[in-house]
Design a protein around this ligand. Structure first.
Ligand code: IVH
Length: 702
C-alpha cells in the first residue's frame, strides 16, 4: 500500500483493490478501538489510513460505497427531521422499585404460565441514554430513528452513522446469515469520561454550551441537523434487542433459524458485529436477579456510562410469547430502578464557608431532598463564577445531581414555568421572593476584610486570627492521611479552638490531661486515649508532615514527590521556585505556593514549635532511583484499604511505572480492590494480570 496520499498514478483497478484493503483495515482498527478498547496502532497511524481512504475516494467518487468508513462523517446538514414509523412499536418497561415488587413479578409470571418452574432471566443494565432503532436491509444500515412516541420517531440516520461502534454493515456468514430486514434496538449514550471532557472544554470557551448530564448531551447531539457535530462527540451504542421483520408490521423472530432465548439472540447480534453490553448475565429465579441488580448497583460508579436500573427479561422466547404484552409494556420484562441521581429542590439560603487557607466558598442550603440514595441538604457552589454561570438566586428551584460518591452539585436552575410547580412541594421557598447572592465584604467567622484573590476566588485576610481557618487547618492536620491523630475529630477541633487551647497546629502537642478534662463531655478514658494518639503521632514521616502543614495545592502525592526529591525539610525549605518545578507534577503555580509558604515567618515558627515539642520525621529516602517498573503501565481500580490511591500512585511512579486511568491491551498490571467494576472486567477479558492490594504491598515492600 502507498504510504502517502499521492493518488494521481493510481489506476482504477488498483484504487478499487486498495480501497477494499483500507476499509477492511479501518473497520478492524475501529472495532479494536471502540468495541474492545484495545487499539493496536497509534491514533496518528489510524488517521493516515483514513486520510488515504478519503484521498482515493475523492479521486474516484463512484467507488464510494454506502458502508465505507468515510460515510460516517460526510453528510451535509439536513433541513429538518423526517418522521419514521417503526416496524413494530417500541414498547416501554414497567418499573419495580424494591425486592417485593420483583417477587410479585415472578409470582404473576408463574401464575399466568400456570407453572412452578422458576424461569431463567436475561439481566441487563438499564442504560440511561436515548432509545433508538436501527434498520438493516441486506446487512446494510439504512436508517436510524429515535423511539419517539414508540410508534413513530425521527430519522437520525445522518447522526447514527457517525457513531463508531455502530456497524455500517453487519458481518454476514454462512453459519450466521443476516436476515433481509432486521430492526435493531438499543440505547445511545455519551460516555461519562467523554461528557466530562466535553463540558470542561465548553466551559473554558466563552459562550460554550455545557450539558447537564450525559443523557441530555446524547439527546441534544442526536437532535442536531448537522452530523459533523455528532461525529466529534463521544457517543456509544448498546444493542439490547432485534426483530426480524417483513416490513409490514409482522415480526418473525419465531423463525426456526432464530435462537429460542433472548440471551441467545443477543449472542447472535454480537456475531453480526453489533455492540452488546458486557455487564449482562443470565440467571435463574428472582433471587438471583436481585443479586445481579445489587452487584450492578455496586459497580454503577465505576461504569463509564450511566445506568438507572437493571432490566430483567424472561429469557425463553416461547415463554415471552405466551406471556404477551399489555398496551405499552411486555408482561415478560421489568425495569428494577435504582435511586435517581438527579432531583429537584429549592435553594433556601446561601452561606459562606471559610477554608483552611482562607478561601471563602459559597454553599447552598437546600430543602432536603433524597438523591443518589441519600438525603442532601447542602451543596457547594464552588465560587461566584459558578453562581453567575448558573444564574442562581436564593429561592430558585434547581436540579441537584449526586452521582455515586461525587459531592452533590447544582447543575441547573429550572426555568420559570417549572419553578411555579414548586408551590405544590411542601416546604418549598416562596418562589416570588428571590434574592441575589452577594459575596460579603467581611469574613463571616472573624470579620476581617475579604479580598479578591485572582480571577474567581475570595479570601479572608484574617490568617491565624480567623477561628474558621484555624479549625480547618487543624482538622486537616489531624486527618488520617496527615498526622493521623485518632479521636481528634471535627467536634473536638471546634472545642479546642473555641476554648483557645489550640492556636496553631503545633499546639496540639502541648495539650495536657488537665486541660482536656475541662472540655465538655471529655472523660478520663477519652483524654488518655487522645493523649496516646498524640504521642504516637509525634514520630511521623516527612511526606505526612508536609501534607499535614496544608500548603496550598500540595496533596499526598505531591508531598511524597517533594520528600523523595529533597529528602529533608531543610533542603525543601531552601529550594527556589526554579528548583521546585524540577519535581514531577510540580508546576509554577504550585512552586510559588510552596515557596510562599516557607517564606512566611509564622509557618517557620510552627515548624520550629513542632520540633521543640518533640515531633520528629526522619530524612526521607528518595525512592525515584528504582526503575524496576520502567516501561510498565499500571491501573488502580476499586477501593484500596491500606494505601490511599494517591500514595499507591506515587509509589508506583517512584519505581518507574506509568499509572493510567483506563485498561487497554497495553496495561501491564491492574490492582483491583473491593468494588472494582468494568476496569476489572476489561482486564479479565483482555487477559491483563490482576493483583490485589496485599500483593501490591508485598511488591512495594520488596
Ligand atoms: S428492553 C420491551 N433493555 O428503557 C422491552 N430497554 O422503558 C423494551 N432501556 O427507553 C426495552 N436499557 O430504551 C430494554 N437493556 C435494556 C435497556 C432498555 C435501557 C430503555 C429503553 C426504553 C426504556 C424502557
Amino acid at each position: 500500500m502507498a504510504s502517502d496520499n499521492q493518488t494521481s498514478e493510481l489506476s482504477r483497478e488498483r484504487a478499487q483493490q486498495e480501497l477494499a484493503e483500507l476499509r477492511q483495515l479501518i473497520n478492524h482498527h475501529n472495532s479494536l478501538y471502540h468495541q474492545y478498547d484495545a487499539p493496536e496502532i497509534p491514533d496518528a497511524d489510524y488517521d493516515k489510513l483514513f486520510d488515504r481512504l478519503i484521498a482515493i475516494e475523492e479521486q474516484f467518487p463512484d467507488l464510494v460505497t454506502p458502508d465505507s468508513p468515510s460515510q460516517r462523517v460526510g453528510d451535509a446538514p439536513l433541513e429538518s427531521f423526517r418522521q419514521v414509523t417503526h416496524d413494530t412499536p417500541m414498547m416501554s418497561l414497567s418499573k419495580v422499585f424494591n425486592d417485593q415488587d420483583l417477587a410479585d413479578f415472578e409470582a404473576r409470571i408463574l401464575k399466568r404460565l400456570d407453572s412452578e418452574e422458576v424461569p431463567r432471566y436475561s439481566c441487563e443494565p438499564k442504560v440511561d441514554g436515548v432509545a433508538v432503532s436501527l434498520l438493516y436491509e441486506h446487512g446494510l444500515l439504512v436508517r436510524g430513528a429515535t423511539r419517539g412516541d414508540g410508534v413513530t420517531g425521527e430519522d437520525i440516520t445522518h447522526n447514527v452513522k457517525t457513531i463508531r461502534n455502530i456497524p455500517l454493515r453487519l458481518n454476514n456468514s454462512k453459519k450466521h446469515p443476516v436476515p433481509d430486514r432486521l430492526e435493531v434496538r438499543g440505547e445511545i449514550v455519551m460516555t461519562r469520561s467523554g461528557f466530562a471532557a466535553m463540558n470542561e472544554k465548553a466551559s473554558s470557551i466563552e459562550g460554550g454550551r455545557t450539558f447537564v448530564n450525559p443523557r441530555n448531551a446524547a439527546a441534544g447531539t442526536l437532535r442536531q441537523l448537522d452530523p459533523r457535530i455528532a461525529a466529534e462527540r463521544p457517543l456509544h451504542f448498546f444493542c439490547y434487542s432485534a426483530h426480524v421483520s417483513a416490513g409490514d408490521g409482522t415480526d418473525s423472530n419465531s423463525d426456526l433459524s432464530w435462537p429460542d432465548s433472548h440471551s441467545g439472540s443477543l449472542e447472535l447480534l454480537g456475531k453480526w458485529g453489533l455492540p452488546l453490553n458486557p455487564d449482562r448475565d443470565v440467571v435463574t429465579g428472582y433471587h438471583a436477579c436481585l443479586d445481579y441488580a445489587n452487584e450492578l448497583l455496586g459497580k454503577r460508579d465505576a461504569l463509564d456510562y450511566e445506568i438507572d436500573g437493571a432490566v430483567i427479561k424472561v429469557d425463553n422466547i416461547r415463554l415471552q410469547q405466551e406471556l404477551g404484552s399489555n398496551a405499552r409494556t411486555p408482561r415478560w420484562a421489568m425495569a428494577y430502578k435504582f435511586p435517581a441521581e438527579e432531583a429537584s429542590t429549592v435553594v433556601n439560603d446561601v452561606e459562606f464557608q471559610v477554608g483552611r487557607t482562607g478561601t471563602i466558598t459559597p454553599v447552598a442550603r437546600l430543602e432536603p431532598v433524597f438523591v443518589g440514595g441519600v438525603t442532601v441538604s447542602n451543596a457547594t457552589l464552588h465560587n461566584m463564577d459558578e453562581i453567575a454561570r448558573l444564574g442562581l438566586r436564593i429561592g430558585d428551584r434547581v436540579i441537584l445531581r449526586r452521582a455515586g460518591d461525587v459531592i452533590p452539585k447544582i447543575v441547573k436552575v429550572m426555568d420559570g414555568s417549572l419553578t411555579t410547580q414548586s408551590d405544590a412541594v411542601p416546604g418549598a421557598a416562596n418562589t416570588a421572593e428571590r434574592h441575589e447572592i452577594i459575596m460579603p465584604s467581611n469574613c463571616p467567622a472573624c470579620d476581617s476584610p475579604v479580598e479578591k484573590d485572582g480571577e474567581v476566588l475570595y479570601r479572608c485576610t484574617g490568617g491565624l486570627v480567623c477561628p474558621a481557618q484555624r479549625k480547618e487547618s487543624l482538622r486537616h492536620f489531624c486527618s488520617r492521611a496527615a498526622m493521623d491523630i485518632e479521636g481528634l475529630g471535627e467536634k473536638l477541633v471546634d472545642q479546642l479552638v473555641e476554648a483557645n487551647m489550640v492556636h496553631t497546629v503545633a499546639d496540639v502537642f502541648t495539650l495536657s490531661k488537665e486541660q482536656l478534662l475541662t472540655l465538655e463531655r471529655m472523660g478520663e478514658k477519652s483524654a488518655d486515649n487522645l493523649l496516646n494518639a498524640i504521642e504516637k503521632a509525634r514520630s511521623t514521616t516527612l511526606p505526612r508532615l508536609l501534607y499535614a502543614l496544608g500548603i496550598r495545592e500540595v496533596g499526598e502525592a505531591t508531598a511524597l514527590a517533594l520528600s523523595s526529591h529533597f529528602g529533608s525539610l531543610e533542603k525543601l525549605m531552601q529550594a527556589s521556585e526554579e528548583a521546585l518545578v524540577q519535581v514531577e507534577d510540580v508546576g509554577p503555580v504550585m512552586a510559588a505556593h510552596i515557596a510562599h509558604f516557607f517564606a512566611n515567618g509564622e509557618n517557620d515558627k510552627v515548624i520550629a514549635d513542632l520540633r521543640e515539642r518533640g515531633v520528629t520525621w526522619p530524612e526521607h529516602e528518595a525512592q525515584t532511583v528504582s526503575d524496576e517498573l520502567a516501561g510498565q503501565t499500571w491501573v488502580l481500580t476499586g477501593t484500596l484499604e491500606t494505601l490511599t490511591r494517591d500514595e499507591a500512585k506515587a509509589r508506583l511512579q517512584a519505581m518507574g511505572a506509568k499509572v493510567s486511568g483506563s485498561v487497554s491491551k497495553k496495561t501491564t498490571v491492574v490492582v483491583a480492590g473491593p468494588g472494582a467494576g468494568s476496569k476489572l472486567d476489561k482486564a479479565t477479558e483482555l487477559g491483563v494480570k490482576v493483583i490485589d492490594e496485599q500483593e501490591l504491598l508485598k511488591l512495594l515492600a520488596e
